[in-house]
Design a protein around this ligand. Structure first.
Ligand code: 5GP
Ligand code: MN
Length: 342
């Protein structure tokens, strides 16, 4: 755990400030929940907080309180730059290095001599002025709860803040299933329910808003599943043609990789998704136990993330990417075989 200059940050925030809060590119539930949860808290403290996201996020996250106030850097560029210009401090939430916001936004951020304050649970964070980094945390939302607690303000958590933080903890823990879920996570969740988070509604808003075409795309993805039992590995592919066939919308492939990992005796699950616009294959890696997909993604696919959930990319074709992937497996055979699986 790294906690850098927290007392200085606390005293900086003892006067009203203009604050910008940023999440990573392709924001997920934890990025949206943590940025908006922090925004509601800081606004309530008398600051003026503006959330900026590099690009769009899925429809199933648009109901989150305050979502309508978010500026998208790629679409609302002028407003975003103005907010940055007048900001006294920029919070970076749910990512560990500036390149995770994309090249355009990174270039802009580097032009302003703002102080950055990082709150994040990813491994190997870059160094910023103020830092709260803890890779053992289930989610950045859990850390925002801790941050509010360290500020001495748990009593200020209201229904809006509780709803935002509940959402990100829920999505980043796979609904409280992953190893990062601790008794402390559950205690925080219990407190968020006491403070007004409507848990049944939140689960339903996130998980029960499928379109028929999304389910059909899932069906195709599952029929593309390939299993390599000798490496306890299973992978799924989705081509650009398949995305078009099933009227792909952002977020439609979220969580699909978990089906690969749901197979009995499989500890390494992967999905390869063709992205013609970016000219890459976007890859999600998931593992169970000690086999680190963060290292695997860093070493071979220009990515990273957490030990059990990471992402990366390949500039090869789908076929060549899969060939490359399969050729790497023998060198990880022992790591995969000895990764805990139950
Ligand atoms: P996902 O597979 O859901 O896109 O991402 C899983 C985890 O890996 C997330 O915590 C995400 O932030 C991280 N991640 C995804 N793609 C990348 C990437 O290209 N680079 C790095 N460093 N992390 C990534
Ligand atoms: Mn997260």
């Amino acid at each position: 755990m790294i906690l850098k200059k927290f007392e200085e940050l606390k005293s900086f925030l003892s006067q009203p400030r203009n604050v910008v809060i940023i999440g990573h590119k392709n924001p997920d539930g934890d990025a949206v929940g943590s940025t908006l949860g922090l925004k509601h808290y800081l606004d309530k403290k008398g600051h003026t907080a503006q959330v900026l996201m590099p690009n769009e996020y899925p429809d199933f996250l648009h109901w989150i309180p305050g979502s309508e106030t978010v500026y998208r850097f790629d679409r609302q560029n002028n407003q975003s730059v103005k907010a940055l210009k007048r900001s006294d401090i920029v919070f970076l939430l749910d990512f560990n290095a500036l390149h995770r916001v994309g090249q355009d936004m990174k270039n802009t951020l580097e032009q302003y001599p703002n102080d950055f304050a990082l709150i994040d649970h990813h491994q190997q964070p870059d160094d910023f002025e103020y830092m709260y980094s803890d890779t053992s945390m289930s989610s950045t939302c859990q850390m925002v709860y801790n941050f509010i607690e360290m500020m001495g303000d748990v009593d200020m958590i209201d229904e809006a803040i509780a709803t935002c933080l509940y959402t990100g903890i829920m999505t980043d823990t796979g609904s409280f299933r992953f190893r990062s879920t601790t008794s402390r996570t559950h205690r925080i969740i219990a407190d968020l329910i006491d403070k007004g988070a409507k848990n049944d509604r939140i689960h339903s808003n996130v998980h029960d808003s499928n379109s028929q075409s999304r389910l059909l795309l899932l069906g195709r993805a599952l029929s593309n599943l390939q299993v390599l039992p000798e490496y306890k590995t299973a992978f799924i592919t989705i081509s650009d043609r398949e995305k078009q066939e099933f009227a792909y919308q952002k977020g439609d492939t979220e969580g699909v990789v978990n089906y690969a990992l749901s197979l009995k005796d499989i500890v390494f699950g992967v999905i390869f998704i063709e992205d013609v616009e970016q000219g890459i294959i976007k890859i999600s890696f998931r593992s169970k136990g000690s086999f680190s997909v963060n290292q695997f993604a860093r070493n071979h696919f220009s990515g990273g993330g957490h030990d059990n959930a990471a992402g990366g990319r390949s500039e090869l074709s789908m076929t060549d990417t899969i060939e490359k992937f399969k050729a790497l497996l023998p060198q990880y055979e022992t790591d995969i075989q000895t990764s805990y699986n139950q």
